[in-house]
Design a protein around this ligand. Structure first.
Ligand code: PLP
Length: 395
């Protein structure tokens, strides 16, 4: 076990409840859910239970839940499936700050000739549904938009964006990458959303499992062909251990969502207050950001240096998105951060297992790192500007 794990936007520790469910399905109930005997029926029961748990958290029908190997697969099923059935339409709407699972899938379609409109964040640091509505037209067949940005915690008003696009272009499919909000924020209404993708390993299930909501009556062509599992959308023998663990993790995190959220808010407040007293630190409080992802930069100190210093002190943080290891991400410049701020950017992300008690010594370790490795203080003017732009948090 790692002493102080603050990199939960990258992945989380598997919950005991999820682990026990997986072990039971591997050792006792190991049948194939398609088999006609008792072992098969037991596996099918476990599958149904997990589907019910996911449907409850999503606020949808049980038959609208499909399990996959994770959000990357769900996203590919959604975007490539939508492109396959675009019937001559060519335009996809998305944002400039998507996770690589969305960005790279869409970039690949662009090479095939699809037209991509990437909406930018407004000057006020917010995404505006009106900008999406204006960009939508008769040629649009898909909106693909993230709910919460994994690098910064910026959250987008996806309900309103989805409704705005549907009003202008009713036949477009709306897909939301819900990975960083699912079971952490109150679930959005699915009224204008056709597809909602989620991942297990961000919410204390093991890696390699996730799913998607697909609205009843909406169909997608599959990317793979096989035995017809998951109504043919995602064929292949279901991983009952992983799916069962996912169901338990969903029940665990969603069940106490409000309680965890209140704790994240207090922890976020504490970090903001403490870090604003350190002149070298610029806290990036975007107007709409979630309290379980905290983002800041240290002037003239590359984030990797601080990352390894903090690791020596027992704190595991991220220098950005774990998915873009080694490759500089476009997201921070697209959100208005300078290249230097991006180079010194640090992300701290909490899970249900983090507590306030872990934070004072984290601040101490950070101060020590700055004293040891930092070159000079940030220009006070720049720091003030950034903080002025910040407003009270939406969540
Ligand atoms: N979308 C977002 C916003 C993410 O943060 C991630 C994972 O980091 C993914 C998609 C991909 O999820 P998975 O690792 O389950 O494929």
């Amino acid at each position: 076990m790692y002493p102080h794990y603050f990199d939960n936007a990258a992945t989380t520790r598997v919950a005991q409840e999820a682990k026990e469910a997986a072990v039971l399905a591997m050792t006792d109930c190991y049948g194939n859910a398609s088999s006609l005997h008792r072992a098969g029926a037991d596996a099918e029961d476990i599958l149904l239970q997990a589907r019910r748990q996911a449907a409850k958290a999503l606020g949808c029908l049980v038959e609208e839940v499909y399990f996959t190997s994770g959000a990357t697969e769900s996203i590919n099923i959604a975007i490539r499936g939508a492109a396959k059935k675009a019937r001559g339409k060519r335009t996809i709407l998305t944002t400039q700050i998507e996770h690589p699972a969305v960005k790279n899938t869409i970039d690949d379609l662009e090479k095939e000739g699809f037209v991509i409109k990437r909406i930018a964040i407004g000057k006020d640091g917010r995404y505006h549904p009106e900008d999406f509505k204006q960009a939508a037209d008769d040629d649009t067949f898909l909106l693909s938009c993230m709910w919460v940005n994994n690098e910064t915690g910026v959250s987008l008003p996806v309900e309103e964006i989805a409704a705005a696009v549907k009003r202008k272009s009713p036949s477009s499919l709306v897909m939301i990458d819900g990975v960083q909000g699912f079971c952490k924020l109150p679930m959005v209404s699915l009224t204008s959303i056709d597809i909602f993708c989620f991942s297990g390993h961000k919410i204390h299930a093991p890696k390699g499992v996730g799913g998607l909501y697909l609205k009843k009556g909406v169909s997608l062509p599959p990317l793979c062909f096989g035995g017809g599992q998951e109504k043919g959308l995602r064929p292949g023998t279901e991983s009952i251990p992983l799916i069962s663990a996912l169901g338990e993790a969903i029940a665990l995190t969603n069940g106490k969502r409000q309680e965890h959220f209140t704790r994240y808010q207090a922890m976020h407040r504490f970090l903001s207050e403490q870090l604003q007293n350190i002149p070298e630190v610029t806290v990036h409080l975007f107007p709409e950001s979630v309290p379980y992802i905290f983002h800041f930069s240290i002037a003239d100190l590359r984030s990797e240096i601080m990352l390894h210093h903090l690791e020596e002190c027992g704190y595991y943080i991220s220098s950005g998105s774990a998915c873009s290891k080694g490759v500089p991400s476009d997201v921070l410049p697209n959100l208005g951060l300078s290249r230097e701020e991006a180079d010194g950017a640090i992300r701290v992300s909490f899970s249900i297992y983090n507590t306030m008690e872990e934070l004072p010594l984290f601040i101490k370790a950070l101060r020590e790192g700055i004293a040891r490795y930092g070159k000079r203080s940030a220009a006070p003017e720049r720091r003030r500007n950034r903080l002025k732009r910040s407003e009270p948090q939406g969540f």
